[in-house]
Write a protein that binds this ligand. Structure first.
Ligand code: ATP
Length: 338
């Protein structure tokens, strides 16, 4: 990706709380029309990064630009082109979906003559026309999320930051939401940044992902590239099912050169090794009279990649004060979804 295509450009961005760096020397560019996933466990620094991008907290070092605008020096200009959707969207519960959108439209200076048409188009786009005149207190989580996207689109942002957009949504709602996110990037050429723990969904919708651990971006790229990288680093996982799965079989497998660890997974045995041992394993299983039912090399999906990077980083030291701060400022004082 050429840098001149980047709409988000972050260089050496650092935020410290006391001695501790919540975000440490972050370098990242995100292209126009790209869907980028920001992944990491609680406390990794995702929300702090979002805060800095929205100009809601000042970095201790480095720069962040969105569409050439300095997020620290020109937060108002940045807010004009960036939409933020919190994980728990808040709306005025006693107002209908349509009324909530009208409120946002007026606040964002949408002229009265185009407001109603715009509201209708957005409701249609997010599939909420039928429920538009119900009070939002009656909405499900997925409906609120869809109305939240319409709300964000009201100001026609070039960049949309979504915080855990798929949390608590049923499979069908999820599918629709992912399609909509893709469409916002592919058709409208908006840039989407998704902060999430939900790897499976992220995998389906993101062009690239960045993995954060303790304030550091430790891996960044297309999912296939990261998958190849971990294989190059000598991290292989095989999933195998054979019958009978007895102690002798485990002993035989333990004896294969390269095997580092054997565990149990939902689909059978999980074998960790430092090289590709598929051939040796299938041979040893069959030659010793076992029936090989299933053998699969894991390692190319995001779950695997994430596991690899987080194996040793099982920390969970997040707190929610940053998220609350963003919600309060960006939701224009409406009721919080919590
Ligand atoms: N206002 C603050 N004062 C002190 N430390 C803070 C503050 N806000 C965040 N931190 C710390 O900075 C680190 C990064 O927090 P951040 O909220 O950015 O993580 P996160 O990746 O968004 O986590 P989560 O997924 O739980 O939202 C954590 O260690 C957190 O405790």
């Amino acid at each position: 990706m050429a840098d001149n295509q980047a709409i988000i450009q972050i260089n050496g961005l650092t935020k410290k709380y006391g001695e501790k760096a919540a975000v440490n020397q972050l370098n990242l560019s995100v292209a126009r029309g790209e869907v980028f996933g920001l992944l990491g466990p609680n406390g990794a620094g995702k929300t702090t990064t979002t805060l800095m991008l929205l100009g809601l907290t000042e970095p201790n070092g480095g720069t962040a630009f969105i569409d050439g605008k300095d997020c620290t020096r020109n937060p108002i200009e940045v807010k004009r082109i960036v939409g933020y959707l919190p994980d728990n969207v808040g709306f005025y519960p006693d107002m209908t979906g349509r009324e909530n959108l009208r409120f946002t439209g007026r606040l964002n200076g949408v002229g009265e003559h185009e407001l109603e048409e715009r509201i209708d188009q957005l409701l249609e786009r997010v599939g909420m026309t039928a429920a538009a005149d119900q009070k939002t207190a009656t909405y499900s989580k997925g409906m609120k999320q869809r109305l939240g996207i319409a709300d964000v689109l009201m100001k026609d942002p070039q960049v949309i930051i979504l915080d855990e957009p798929t949390n608590g949504i049923d499979p069908e709602g999820m599918h629709e939401l992912l399609l909509l996110i893709r469409e916002l990037a592919d058709k409208d050429k908006r840039t989407i940044m998704i902060s999430s723990h939900q790897l499976y969904q992220i995998q389906q919708v993101c062009d690239r992902v960045g993995i954060f651990v303790q304030g550091n971006l430790i891996a960044c790229g297309r999912i296939e590239e990261l998958g190849k990288q971990i294989l190059k680093d000598g991290y292989y996982r095989l999933e195998m099912k054979a019958e009978p799965e007895d102690e002798r079989l485990r002993e035989l497998i333990r004896g294969v050169y390269g095997v580092e660890e054997i565990g149990d997974g939902p689909e059978g045995m999980i074998i960790r090794s430092n090289q590709d041992i598929r051939e040796q394993i299938s041979r040893i299983v069959v030659l010793n009279g076992y029936k090989l039912l299933h053998l699969r090399q894991c390692g190319q999906d995001l779950d695997e990649i994430y596991r690899r990077y987080f194996e040793k980083a099982g920390q969970n030291n997040g707190d929610n004060r940053n998220k609350k701060k963003i919600r309060k400022i960006m939701s224009l004082g409406r009721q919080d979804g919590e």
